[in-house]
Design a binder for this molecule. Structure first.
Ligand code: GCW
Length: 828
């Protein structure tokens, strides 16, 4: 009996272990190494068996070897044994020099870019070995991951002969993590690096993150916020940071840090941070020397200065070059670099002056400094001239500087792009910038040919699946793949990511790829088209609609919509002159109303609402149509995902479905807010009669109310009819009597889920309760508005005339169970 129960508990324990290993919680990201069941596919890798030889014992090459063992075991159930001699090895790993010495038969093509590698075959003893040769240890690691990727993608590796070199030597992420563990613009829980002012004790997640980064060729990571806390480089903090560097090192990821330019004063005991003061230079040198003593492979610093209230060289009348160089010189002897952020602008601009323009700031601030930066300074330039909006032209700064090393900064965290509650696959957007031809000197000059570095603002958090939304991982993957080779297409990146993440069922892959590849366009449609900006609340959350929030303040994300027209006039002829910041051919294109592509029209020009686009539609009708179309796209994503029921694991199926359904609802919030606002300001109705007319909708304020009170919502466009109902205390009810035809309906309740309470709702038809829920999500607001407006849908409810629909609600703390409307939609 006792024995039996021991066996039983052993079996249970084993089961638990097995299910933990196979839990599809997104933690493994794309590195799932799913077992290959198809015999024909397995056969392709028959010769991958026996031993694996790593020709050196460096930590990075050991990681490469161990990763291959792990991946091959998982995909092919074969355990490679390790050896250090290549004889009869199935896989041989090493730097080019090591491989040439050990396997003279290997014909390795020349590699000349750091981190490059060659994947090929060569005879080894009596057999053919797969060779992974890197120019350096990182190259070996990237080659190993590439080999595993081939197997995961079921590619044939029979005639492997692949020379890969990265497009740019520096491929970093920035993590806007604060030392207290919070993350600026992070949407997936607290920091994996810091908590309560120190480095976390358990760095397992940081180690795992470095592995994910390495698998797509990222070789540096600045772990703290660019709005930097000076304490990060204080002497007593360095040993803690060294622990992060230790877990990064085996994955070839250099630790880097963001710095506060006023550190010489804040932590150095000086009375100045003037970059030309010798004591300040000595301070930076001492800090750098100290860091490199503890972390010899430290990557360098990132500096945000004179931007959004951060102190910078302007305090002493010095230039950005002075600021950059004093820090760069401190790290130069250690071969470190300084990324200096080009995101410098005045956020207190006078909005009344029509010539003021935030988009001009980067070029205006940096154009005279070309050639004045030290060789190890890299100017880190956001893809567009404003700030990670849903559509921006490429920043003209890329083309302005000819003697300055440049990096492009892309944002993986979806700050303005749905904060990982909306699916937005970003490679198609990033490629718009990378492929944009500046035609500098009348020569082809796509942005990707002008940059030597890629920086992705990532902001992963403690959420098991890293970003909160399983599909958002495709953006980290895509960032790495584009930083390695910007010629990779979005479709190719999506295909690779999807197959590794969800497997090879063509029905699944088609749907996931399709959702990914159409997602940015959809988001653009229902948030802000024609280059107008994201039309979000720009003052705080950057999340839901807030059409006027960008106007009449100094932040400069203006769209200048008034009763007659819309758009920023950035032409040289009549506007801010921004267009002239581009090389002549591009400038001429943007200067011309006719030649500016529709998708950037309102970024460059102010036009009447009746202006006719290339598509033949007027601007206003286009705004209406696109918002309806975008909301339909979003509904389609959820619908298509439902078709995957049973084809993928339950866990990810359900969690992604919940996100897509929420998104479909929020897309309607966006649609209604933006279209109603433009209907109001332009006075021009929707030719298709949709805007302002919602035949299936019963406004909450017109229901029969018991204890509920009617409330005006701010901004008005974020509630249907500008009003909602709130329950001050206890339990409140709102009822309406159905009068339509008998049949099956979906019932929608649009309510506000604030982050200052968890109010409760029940929905009944007659005496039958059909749904109950608690509004306990954490949206970025404590008020009923476009951030918090949320849709609850009860599907397939039988209704007949005379049925009474009742919402019962009770508030919690400061959340007053606010309801906007009910919609009763007949099922197709
Ligand atoms: O997009 C803005 C963000 C800020 C951020 C800043 C920057 C880290 O709203 O939160 O600050 O850009 O890039 O420096």
């Amino acid at each position: 009996m006792q024995r039996m129960s021991r066996i039983c508990s052993l079996a249970v324990a084993l089961l638990l272990v097995a299910s933990a290993v196979w839990a599809e919680d997104g933690a493994a990201g794309w590195l799932r190494y799913e077992r290959i069941a198809d015999a024909a596919v397995r056969q392709r890798y028959d010769f991958v068996a026996g031993s694996i030889a790593a020709l050196d014992s460096s930590a990075v090459v050991s990681s490469a070897r161990d990763e291959l063992i792990r991946g091959i075991r998982s995909m092919l159930d074969r355990t490679l044994t390790t050896t250090t001699t290549p004889a009869d090895g199935a896989i041989v790993l090493g730097t080019v020099d090591e491989v040439r010495r050990a396997l003279p038969a290997a014909v390795i093509p020349a590699l000349d870019k750091r981190n490059g590698y060659w994947l090929g075959t060569a005879s080894s003893g009596k057999r053919r070995a797969i060779v992974v040769a890197g120019l350096d240890a990182n190259g070996v690691l990237y080659g190993a991951f590439a080999l595993l990727r081939h197997v995961a993608l079921h590619d044939s590796i029979d005639s492997l002969n692949e020379r890969q070199q990265p497009a740019a030597p520096l491929r970093w992420t920035n993590e806007w993590n604060n030392l207290d563990g919070s993350i600026e613009r992070g949407y997936a829980g607290p920091s994996i690096f810091f908590e309560a002012g120190h480095v976390v004790t358990d760095l397992a997640r940081a180690r795992e993150y470095a592995r994910l980064l390495a698998s797509v060729g990222v070789n540096g990571c600045a772990v703290n916020n660019v709005n930097a806390d000076a304490r990060a480089i204080a002497p007593d903090f360095i040993p803690q940071l060294a622990r992060i560097a230790d877990v990064f090192r085996p994955w070839g990821v250099s630790l880097a840090l963001s710095i506060d330019f006023s550190s010489p004063m804040k932590i150095g005991g000086l009375d100045t941070f003037d970059p030309l003061d010798a004591r300040v230079a000595a301070f930076w040198k001492a800090r750098a020397d100290d860091i490199y003593r503890a972390i010899p492979d430290f990557g360098g610093f990132v500096l945000k200065a004179d931007s959004e209230g951060r102190l910078g060289p302007s305090a002493y009348g010095r230039t950005h070059a002075d600021a950059a160089n004093v820090v760069a010189r401190a790290v130069a002897p250690h071969r470190g670099v300084l990324f200096y952020r080009g995101f410098v602008y005045d956020h207190l601009m006078d909005w009344r002056n029509p010539k003021n323009d935030r988009a001009r700031a980067a070029v205006d601030n940096f154009k005279d400094l070309d050639g004045k930066f030290d060789a190890n300074v890299i100017l880190q330039i956001k893809n567009g001239p404003i700030d990670f909006q849903v559509r921006e032209p490429a920043s003209p700064l890329f083309a302005t500087l000819e003697h300055t090393t440049e990096a492009i900064e892309l944002q993986i965290t979806q700050e303005y792009l749905g904060q990982q509650r909306h699916v937005v696959f970003l490679p198609p957007m990033w490629k718009e910038t990378l492929d944009f031809d500046m035609q500098r000197g009348n020569q082809p000059a796509p942005v990707k040919s002008l940059v030597s570095g890629y920086v992705g603002v990532s902001n992963v958090g403690r959420a098991v699946n890293w970003f909160g939304h399983d599909l958002a991982m495709a953006n980290l993957y895509g960032f790495g793949r584009l930083a390695w080779n910007p010629d990779n297409t979005s479709a190719q990146i999506a295909r690779e990511w999807t197959a590794q993440t969800f497997g090879h069922d063509p029905r699944v892959d088609e749907v996931v790829d399709d959702i990914l590849l159409n997602s940015w366009r959809a988001y653009e449609r229902y948030t802000g088209n024609l280059g107008i900006g994201t039309l979000t609340d720009i003052i705080r959350a950057h999340y839901g609609p807030g059409i006027e929030s960008s106007e009449r303040n100094g932040w400069g994300q203006w769209h200048r919509a008034d009763g007659r027209g819309v758009g920023m006039d950035r032409t040289s002829a009549t506007g801010t002159g921004f267009t002239a910041q581009y090389p002549p051919k591009v400038a001429a294109m943007f200067e011309s109303l006719e030649r500016t592509p529709d998708e950037l029209l309102l970024f460059m020009h102010h036009v009447p609402y009746t202006h006719v686009l290339k598509s033949g539609d007027t601007v206003i009708q286009h705004i209406y149509d696109e918002h309806y179309r975008g909301a339909e796209d979003a509904a389609g994503f959820a619908e298509r995902w439902r078709g995957l029921d049973g084809l993928i694991d339950r866990e990810r199926y359900s969690s992604v479905l919940a996100k897509l359904e929420y998104q479909a609802g929020h897309a309607i919030v966006w649609r209604d807010a933006v279209t109603n606002w433009f209907r109001w300001i332009s006075g021009i109705p929707d030719a298709r009669g949709r805007v302002g007319r919602y035949p299936n909708r019963v406004e909450a304020e017109s229901m029969r109310l018991d204890r509920f009170a009617v409330e005006a919502i701010t901004p008005w466009e974020t509630a249907s009819g500008a009003q909602a109902i709130r329950c001050p205390s206890g339990t409140c009810t709102a009822t309406t009597t159905f009068s339509g035809a008998p049949g099956a309906y979906d019932i929608v309740v649009q309510y506000f889920d604030e982050n200052d309470g968890a109010s409760k709702f029940t929905l009944s038809v007659g005496t039958r309760q059909i749904d109950t829920w608690v509004a306990n999500d954490i949206f970025p607001s404590r008020e009923p508005n476009g951030h918090t407006s949320t849709r609850r849908v009860v599907r397939n409810v039988q209704l007949k005339a005379g049925d009474v629909l009742k919402i019962e609600a009770s508030p919690d703390r400061e959340e007053f169970a606010v309801v906007d409307y009910v919609e009763i939609v007949s099922r197709p």
